[in-house]
Write a protein that binds this ligand. Structure first.
Ligand SMILES: Cc1cc2nc3c(=O)[nH]c(=O)nc-3n(C[C@H](O)[C@H](O)[C@H](O)COP(=O)(O)OP(=O)(O)OC[C@H]3O[C@@H](n4cnc5c(N)ncnc54)[C@H](O)[C@@H]3O)c2cc1C
Length: 402
């Protein structure tokens, strides 16, 4: 069946934008609806993994994003106590990807590029609207009726499919009555950003660094303009004002890297972290992708990247349906492939990452670092490890699910 009525996409985050551009490039009509009055520029994801870069390349978006980002070819696992550094070099993936590196670039740069591309080149098939929030959806015999708030006024749109890419609090997921199962971590995470050149404080610092310590683990990430420091807070104390205070942040940063002045902090945020997966990614013609379908802790940078991979897989299926393939088997396959991989791989990997980094047991920490040091220095082990952490393996495994 050729898709003649538009595919409606809720949310212009990285996942909704990827889906909109991919479908528009295939000549499928799309309506991309964003609830806010502009694209959010909050600092969230800042790592694009190699297979995501391969996908962006096919969309024509890799080059302009690379121009605004930093190529991170090596990243590190550091042991704060012993000073040991296990450094993984992504160039061992040269035969596996066209982009054997992580690109450090803020996710809003990507959404801005895609939104502009849709307006500039695909306005014949793509309509992009701000101040449009999805409120509800009904399935009809041959499509969908979608209730939308347009600048506060309610109206109904017809669509062939609805992609809920409207984030963790998804109105689409709720309207389709899909449960979001999992758990919430007791502690919140703080992210503080400083323009201070932290590389001056550490020997051989990479652009991405996971630092373990039985007392306080942390992640140090470079964006083109800032260093971002991710630190867990004490779950026993529910006091955001304390965690966001100058005093606490300065104490943590000085504990990490002593300095004779206050660090300049130009952005700080505190957030809850969950591990949750929707019980299904499909209800009829309503499909979930990205954070609306799954959320996980940020250790490993798999949230946005996994969401981009969802959008890619789902759009492939819609393109095949547009070309005449039957709908139900393909959309069920999307659910099996992407949900299956999320549960088996992304959720497990991110939970294990956190458990290992925060372990208070010195023996666990010692073994973890020893394993990393061994793998980093052995070509075969390093490649196997990086195929997993860069999410290439999960895409290969998903493709085997029939
Ligand atoms: C501090 C932090 C660091 C992170 N770092 C990484 C990282 O390095 N790598 C990584 O892969 N992931 C990372 N993540 C996770 C990543 O940010 C998310 O996984 C990603 O933003 C999900 O994209 P999305 O498009 O699914 O949802 P979102 O980015 O949440 O976008 C959803 C969009 O939908 C809009 N919307 C909401 N409701 C409606 C509605 N009813 N109708 C229409 N529009 C609606 C919202 O305004 C928003 O624009 C990080 C997250 C945080 C908080």
């Amino acid at each position: 069946m050729a898709i003649t009525e538009p595919v409606v996409i809720a949310g212009a985050g990285p996942v909704g934008c990827t889906a909109a551009l991919r479908l528009a490039q295939a000549g499928i009509p799309v309506i991309l609806l964003e609830a806010l009055d502009d694209l959010p520029e909050t600092l969230r994801a800042s790592t694009f993994h190699p297979p995501s870069m391969d996908m962006l390349d096919e969309l024509g978006m890799a080059k302009p994003l690379i121009e605004q980002g930093l190529i991170c070819q090596k990243y590190q696992y550091r042991d704060r106590r012993t000073g040991e550094i296990a450094e993984f070099d992504l160039s061992v993936l040269e035969g596996d990807t066209r982009h054997p590196y992580r690109l450090q670039a803020e996710q809003w740069k990507y959404t801005r590029l895609v939104w502009n591309e849709l307006q500039a080149k695909y306005s014949n098939v793509a309509t992009c609207l701000f101040n449009h929030a999805i409120k509800g959806v009904w399935q009809t015999a041959d499509g969908l009726e979608i209730l939308v708030s347009d600048h506060g006024e309610e109206k109904v749109l017809r669509g062939s499919f609805l992609i809920g890419a409207d984030g963790a609090d998804s109105a689409v997921r709720k309207a389709a009555a899909i449960r979001f199962e999992g758990f919430t971590y007791p502690e919140k995470f703080l992210v503080a950003s400083t323009p201070f050149p932290l590389e001056e404080k550490f020997e051989r610092l990479a652009l991405v660094n996971y630092v373990s310590d039985p007392e306080e683990w942390l992640v140090l990430l470079r964006t083109p303009t800032l260093w971002r420091v991710l630190i867990p807070t004490d779950p026993a104390i529910e006091n955001d004002a304390l965690w966001l205070s100058d005093q606490w942040i300065q104490d943590r940063l000085h504990h990490m890297a002593p300095h004779d002045e206050d660090y300049e902090i130009i952005h700080r945020s505190i957030y809850r972290v969950h591990q949750r997966v929707a019980v299904t990614y499909r209800r009829g013609r309503v499909l979930l992708a990205g954070d609306s379908a799954h959320i996980n802790n940020p250790l490993g940078g798999m949230g946005m990247n996994g969401g981009i991979h969802d959008a890619w897989n789902l759009c492939d299926k819609l393109i095949q349906i547009h070309a005449g393939e039957p709908m139900d088997p393909l959309l069920d396959l999307y659910d099996r492939q992407r949900r299956g991989i999320c549960v088996r791989f992304v959720q497990e990997h991110t939970k294990n990452n956190k458990a290992l980094m925060e372990s208070k047991d010195p023996e666990v920490q010692r073994k973890r670092q020893a394993d990393f040091m061994r793998a980093a220095n052995d070509h075969g082990l390093a490649r196997a490890f990086l195929l997993k952490t860069s999410m290439i393996q999960s895409l290969r495994e998903a493709a085997l699910i029939v």
